[in-house]
Structures are given as structure tokens and as C-alpha cells.
Design a protein around this ligand. Structure first.
Ligand code: GTB
Length: 221
């Protein structure tokens, strides 16, 4: 059975924004049971964890002699080993993998930047200007993504691992006032949240937060 790592006390208060959520979700979609090893911020920086994750972060994934870090790599690994998470056919599969990288490289970059402005630049006189600049970058990406989407329910035909990563990336904008201007993505996220596997993954990480003692805080990545 695979073992993943996750926050013992997630700074997102269990709303499923930490990146173990993508890993939990793909495992639930695959019908693959797993164990979660919970780590404090301190434990993430110890040699034992750094041997698994060189940056001292969660999530990681270990199964049968295979050890992975990077949530995108883990989601791809699981999707390649279980039916129904990547399209049939080489061309469609290649497209889905392109979307997985697009989610984590092209769409996510300005979204993570917005979090940095919010959390780490709050004391700067220029924070409002940075918010506006980064917000504009995000809207450019969302406009382009919306054009690519058109009226399709999922990125590549039916639901795939690419949707797991993309939904989790754009969910980071929930409540920002930006996402709310894009009905196409509000609907996309609602479709994803209605999936039983999403619900199971969400509840699993939420229960961790519920049982956590409030001894840690922090935000990164
Ligand atoms: N590229 C790596 C991956 O995709 O696996 C990035 C991993 C990463 O950023 N991990 C974060 C981490 O371990 C947790 S998920 N940070 C601790 C550290 O660096 O010391 C990122 C995250 C954290 C919190 C929220 N939040 O509160 O909303 C959202 C996302």
C-alpha cells in the first residue's frame, strides 16, 4: 500500500489546498488505498524527510521500492498505473500530459505569486500595486484557459489526471474575487467537487486538520 506525506497541521485549515490533496484525489480516483504519514514543519526539514523530498516539503509518495516527490510527478505516476485517469490513445494522452505541465507551470505560477504578495508582502507600501500587476497576469492566463476550454466539461474529453491538477491550481483563487468573474471555472470546480473521489480525498485531509493541535503555522509553495 502506498504511503504519502502530508501536513500534520495544514496552514489552509483543511480546505484542501495543500498539495497532498491532488495526491489523495488521484489515489481515490484510482481506488487505491493509501497511508498518510503526517509531518510537522520541523520534521519536514530533518534528514530523513530531506532524503525523500530535497526541499523539505510535502507531499511525497512511496510504494514498493519507488519513492517520488513533486505532486505532479506523483499524480502522473498513479495515473499511468491505473485505468481511466489518462485518455486512451497516444495523441490524447500526450495532450493530457501537456495540460498537467501547463497547470503546474503556466497557470499556477502567477497564482502562487499572488499568495506570496498576500502573505509575505503585506507590510510593503507597494503591496496594492503588486496585487494589481499579478492579478492582471492571472486574468490573462484564465482568459486563455477559458478560450481553450470552450464548452467542454473537462480538459481532454472525459475527466483525467490533468483535471485534478488544473482544478487544484485554480481552486487557490477561490475567494480572491478573480475566479468569481469566470463562471466557466466556477462550474468546472463544482463538477470536480461533485466527484465522489474528490469528496473522499477532501474529507481525509480535512479530518487531519480537525485532529491537529494548533502548534504550527506557516505557508509556503
Ligand atoms: N512543487 C512541489 C509539489 O508540487 O509537490 C511543491 C510542494 C509544496 O509547495 N509543498 C508545501 C510545503 O511543504 C505544501 S503545499 N511547504 C512547507 C515548506 O516549504 O516548508 C503548498 C501550500 C501550502 C499551504 C497552502 N495554503 O495554506 O493554502 C496552499 C498550498
Amino acid at each position: 500500500m502506498p504511503t504519502i506525506t502530508a501536513f500534520r497541521a495544514s496552514p489552509d485549515k483543511g480546505v484542501g489546498l495543500a498539495r497532498d490533496m491532488s495526491v489523495r484525489w488521484v489515489l481515490e480516483e484510482a481506488g487505491q488505498p493509501y497511508d498518510a504519514r503526517l509531518l510537522t514543519f520541523e520534521e519536514m526539514k530533518q534528514p530523513a524527510h530531506l532524503a525523500l523530498q530535497p526541499f523539505g516539503q510535502i507531499p511525497t509518495f512511496e510504494d514498493d521500492g519507488i519513492a517520488l516527490f513533486e505532486s505532479g510527478a506523483i499524480v502522473l505516476h498513479v495515473a499511468q498505473r491505473h485505468d481511466g485517469l489518462l485518455p486512451e490513445g497516444e495523441a490524447a494522452r500526450a495532450k493530457a500530459i501537456s495540460w498537467m505541465f501547463a497547470a503546474l507551470n503556466t497557470v499556477e505560477a502567477p497564482i502562487v505569486e499572488l499568495d506570496y504578495v498576500r502573505y509575505f508582502e503585506a507590510d510593503k507600501s507597494w503591496q496594492a500595486e503588486r496585487f494589481a500587476i499579478v492579478g492582471k497576469r492571472i486574468r490573462t492566463r484564465l482568459d486563455q484557459l477559458a478560450t481553450a476550454f470552450r464548452d467542454a466539461p473537462w480538459l481532454v474529453g472525459s475527466f483525467s489526471a490533468a483535471d485534478i491538477l488544473m482544478v487544484q491550481v485554480i481552486r487557490r483563487l477561490e475567494g480572491s474575487g478573480i475566479l468569481e468573474d469566470y463562471q466557466v471555472f466556477m462550474d468546472y470546480i463544482a463538477r470536480a467537487k461533485a466527484r465522489p473521489a474528490y469528496k473522499r480525498a477532501f474529507l481525509a485531509q480535512y479530518e487531519v486538520f480537525q485532529n491537529a493541535t494548533p502548534h504550527e503555522s506557516g505557508h509556503s509553495g
